[in-house]
Write a protein that binds this ligand. Structure first.
Ligand code: G3P
Length: 242
């Protein structure tokens, strides 16, 4: 499963890229507004930072407006995917943009029938919002399972991009079901890394290492003759194996 970062914040995006952790970025008007930056330069910088699709949402209610915006976005960078909402106008715009080979992420999907229509309109991604369904006591992950089944039944190529991810269990469930992508805020991505046993284990290993006599680990001390000698041996292929 691919992992996308749901953020328009370049500090977060750069950090996640440095971990080798993300395959793309999703943004929305709320996330972009938080950054308070000139829109196009921000979008271009995000595209140059991440080596994968970057979704940006159109902000019109009518199909013609969405198509115009989608065309403009697509010229900014090859990574751009235009986002259109799952409305009748959004479907019209998706159909038109797909005809023009502009990739569309159909967003704000809350039902299996909506996802079916997005695929028929030619969506590249469909974004079902699991967290917002959970918020209203409707099981978000059940929708992901339904879409997965329906798309498999009819061999739709639209990729399922699980959105509104709120915690690591959403990510695990999305991967179990076989969703193509999960997009998540930086805090959730960080939570995927953390495990208390990793921290405890690392502390113990480093403490034990300190018990080794200084001369036995002299090769680690910067600028010492021992360090240069060991590095010299390793580089010349003479390092001893134990
Ligand atoms: O990508 C859509 C996502 O940003 C929505 O998340 O947490 O606002 O429901 P949330």
């Amino acid at each position: 499963m691919k992992i996308f970062l749901d953020s328009a914040n370049l500090t977060e995006i750069r950090e996640a890229v440095s971990w080798g952790a993300i395959d793309g970025v999703t943004t929305n008007p709320s996330l972009v507004a938080k950054e308070q930056r000139d829109f196009f330069p921000l979008l271009r910088e995000i595209c140059e930072t991440v080596n994968g699709p970057v979704s940006m949402e159109t902000t019109c209610r009518d199909a013609d407006g969405m198509v115009d915006e989608g065309r403009v976005f697509s010229k900014i960078h090859p990574h751009i995917v235009a986002k259109c909402p799952l409305t009748k106008e959004g479907l019209k715009a998706t159909r038109q943009l797909a005809k023009e080979q502009i990739r569309v992420n159909v967003t704000l999907c809350f039902s299996a029938t909506q996802a079916l229509l997005a695929a028929k309109a030619g969506a590249y991604f469909v974004s079902p919002f699991v967290g917002r369904l959970d918020d209203i006591s409707s099981e978000g992950m059940a929708l992901i399972q339904d879409i997965k089944t329906i798309y498999a039944n009819y061999r739709f190529s639209t990729q399922i991009l699980v959105a509104s991810v709120r915690h690591p269990l959403h990510v695990v469930d999305a991967a179990r079901i076989g969703a193509d992508i999960a997009t998540m805020p930086f805090a959730v991505l960080e939570a995927l890394v953390k495990h208390p046993l990793t921290d405890i284990g690392l502390e113990r290993f480093l403490k034990d290492w300190e018990k080794l006599p200084a001369e036995a680990k002299a090769w680690k001390s910067p600028g010492t003759a021992a360090k240069s000698a060991v590095q010299g041996d390793i580089l010349s292929g003479q390092g001893k194996r134990s």
